[in-house]
Ligand binder design. Structure first.
Ligand code: F6P
Length: 329
């Protein structure tokens, strides 16, 4: 072993919060790269819920065969209320000790990292975070695992909606996921040539929305497509339709909510490669002595961000893309 490396013999890996395509590829990379360092890996099922309830089993390089192409997560995911309590986290730490788990690799988003950070502070547990959420709202990485797949799934749906919108000369309000972040909405609106996009990051003025739509419809556009992020303050596409339908009575307005379709499916090549890189990097940084950090890729290079920093701030949208979307209408 290299002098600079620390000895780690047994680690745990879990997936938590909303699943995202590519989580399996990340688990696979963790298990296989750990094996090369002679580190045993245990899989913890159902995220923190399973850690509290002792759903822990050994994994081997063979046990992660044939999963790189699968969406979802073989480790399952859950949101645990109990883990939000000090008592719950105490049980989790006790199980880590019982199974001789020296460090925990947590794959997920904001909530997952917040939990990992608190567990680490309270019980001195070594943790490494791998950012995986379709929302792409984690700082310290250009993209999170699953974002590219979700984006392409949403875009494929929008292209199809565009066909039928055009055929019937209808107005479609399409809601995409993103409770707090507009990454999917913004990029699908540009790639799908949407007439308008409503984002949680920007105040929505209904009067202005009506004016812009009217304007476009006056200028020969017989069909139109509005992308609405789930977290926009109008309350989503259904509520937006209720607010504007009266003004567009001559158009046959339809609402389509893409929902959880965006969370499933086989990960894109880009997500598989990202997940493989981050899974390997998580193990590498751990044996190099890091902990309480998140691994990310920025400008094609590994970036290490302290977990407390990663959970303190949301990633900003690229405002030049908002401008671009407006220019291309
Ligand atoms: O994974 C993130 C996310 O997709 C959000 O955009 C969405 O609001 C949320 O998950 C919904 O998750 P669930 O259905 O698990 O509550």
């Amino acid at each position: 072993m290299d002098d600079a490396m620390v000895s780690v013999k047994r680690i745990g890996v879990l997936t938590s919060g909303g699943d995202s395509p590519g989580m399996n590829a990340a688990v696979r990379a963790v298990v296989r790269v750990a094996a090369q360092h002679e580190i045993e890996v245990v899989g913890i099922k159902h995220g923190y819920y399973g850690l509290i309830n002792d759903e822990i089993a050994d994994m081997t390089p063979h046990s992660v065969s044939n999963i790189i192409q699968r969406g979802g997560t073989i480790l399952k995911s859950a949101r645990s209320e109990e883990f939000r309590t000090a008592e719950g986290r105490k049980k989790a730490a006790k199980n880590l000790k019982k199974h001789k788990i020296e460090a925990l690799i947590t794959i997920g988003g904001d909530g997952t990292f917040t939990g990992a950070n608190i567990l680490s502070n309270e019980h001195d547990v070594k943790v490494i975070g791998i950012p995986a959420t379709i929302d792409n709202d984690i700082i310290g990485t250009d993209e999170t695992i699953g974002y590219d797949t979700a984006l392409n799934t949403a875009l494929d749906a929008i292209d199809k909606i565009r066909d039928t919108a055009d055929a019937h000369e209808r107005m479609f309000l399409v809601e995409v996921m993103g409770r707090d972040a507009g990454f999917i909405a913004l990029e699908t609106s540009i790639a799908g040539g949407a007439e308008l996009v409503l984002l949680p990051e920007e105040l929505t003025n209904i009067k202005e929305v009506k004016r812009q739509l009217n304007d476009m419809l006056q200028h020969q556009r017989r069909s139109s497509l509005v992308v609405v992020a789930e977290g926009d303050e109008t309350g989503g596409a259904i509520k937006l339709a209720d607010k504007i339908r009266g003004d567009f009575a001559q158009y046959d307005m339809r609402v389509c909510i893409l929902g959880h379709i965006q969370r499933g499916g086989s990960p894109t090549a880009r997500d598989r490669v990202l997940a493989s890189r981050l899974g390997a990097a998580a193990v590498k940084t751990l044996v190099e002595g890091h902990s309480e950090i998140m691994v990310g890729i920025v400008n094609n290079a590994l970036k290490i961000t302290p977990l407390r920093v990663a959970v303190a701030k949301k990633k900003d949208l690229d405002y030049s893309l908002i401008e671009l979307a407006k220019q291309l209408r």
